[in-house]
Design a protein around this ligand. Sequence first.
Ligand code: RIB
Length: 305
Amino acid sequence: MKRPKIVVVGSINMDLITETPRVPTLGETVLGNRFSTLPGGKGANQAVACARLGAEVRMVGCVGDDGFGTELIENLRREGVCVDDVEPVPHVATGIASIVVENGDNSIIVVPGANHEVTVEKVRRAEQMIREADAVLLQLEIPLETVAETVRIASRHHVPVIVNPAPAVELQADILREITILTPNEYELAVLLGKHPEETEDFRSLIEAYPGTLVMTKGGDGAYYRDGEKRVAHQPGYKVEVVDTTGAGDTFNAALAVMIGRGRTLSEAVQYAVAASALSVTKFGAQGGMPSHEQVEAFLAQTGE
Ligand code: RIB
């Protein structure tokens, strides 16, 4: 099986996770169940997931010159991700995410810290590496101009570039045009098309409004996707016992990138990605449940697909 080369340009965070029976309202205090400190960040999560799925992964990112930074680099290295382009930045704090988990669902506040230092110059220095990649994977927890420049570099070298537009922002049309596959959830799709998420009921019309290739994730309902002019297709989700949904989107994006890097069709890639992300929610922590390629294959075989 082909071992695709994936370059991930993105964030690296330490996740500070509180499990609670109930999220407090403003001004209220509740007693939580448990606190954990675990590696996270959309970029790092996607890099780890790609590596577990059998890709050769290079990460471009930044941490601070603190204990979290050292731990996070070590974690990436242990997972087999190449960290030659992960830089500890002096006098800056490593990015953190404050995560509250209630009944398996989460809310997150990210303080980017060193992730702000993933500059355009840094990604330009990685041009050769991007050029040699089978796919490039991006999210939006680093400066937008860096995301835009990475998309331009990948597109110039005809390398498929997958952008996970999270957290939600409106993206410029010239960048959208050069993205190979965009992977928003329903909320992010509305925002990036300049709509009000609360006022948008029909996600199919939003998918149809997007001119390029788009895969919209929809939690337990799987994913909806559209390739160029074709109709919107649906890959249903798989029934699993949900422990923690943190990192499900990251696993999905990584799996999609790995399959695109292996030269598989969009529908094959989406099915594999939905299966991988279903497995990821069965364990705690963003990276805790990320499966290996063998686990995804076994899961698909067991579900009869
Ligand atoms: O997608 C999940 C990730 O979002 C968490 O690991 C957290 O760090 C935030 O970046």
